[in-house]
Write a protein that binds this ligand. Structure first.
Ligand code: CO
Length: 133
């Protein structure tokens, strides 16, 4: 009785481990391991230490708030079915055109500061980039 139940627990763990290996394997053998965590974007550039991605989805920016170092390039990618912008609340630091589905906008921050932004057609969509020296 004890042996049987222990064996079945081990079998369950083994099945989970196999499932993980199989699901990781489905990510595509030609993409690097770091990008396999994002299963819906195969065209993303490989992430590196000076690039940060903000996803636009469900009419919100994710992450909403972001802290980066001076010199970092931030890329916003629109995964929504409607168009959005990335527009500074004041000043012209961020000034994207309307981004259609799948389009992205990149900006490299060269000065430290706090940069709040919004989407022009949807002012309730807001985000902030904090740039540290
Ligand atoms: Co919008």
């Amino acid at each position: 009785m004890f042996r049987a139940s222990r064996k079945s627990v081990l079998g369950g763990v083994f099945a989970i481990a196999v499932g993980l290996v199989v699901s990781l394997g489905c990510g595509g053998s030609d993409s690097n391991p770091a990008s396999s965590a994002r299963d819906d974007n195969t065209s993303d550039p490989p992430p590196d230490s000076n690039t940060t991605l903000v996803t636009i989805q469900n009419s919100s920016f994710s992450p909403t708030s972001l802290t980066v170092k001076v010199g970092t390039q931030v890329t916003w990618r629109n995964n929504d079915g409607i168009r959005h912008t990335v527009t500074s609340d004041s000043g012209g630091e961020l000034d994207s055109p309307l981004l259609s589905t799948g389009n992205s906008y990149s900006h490299t921050f060269s000065t430290a500061g706090t940069f709040p932004y919004h989407c022009t057609p949807h002012p309730f969509m807001t985000g902030t980039v904090v740039v540290e020296p």
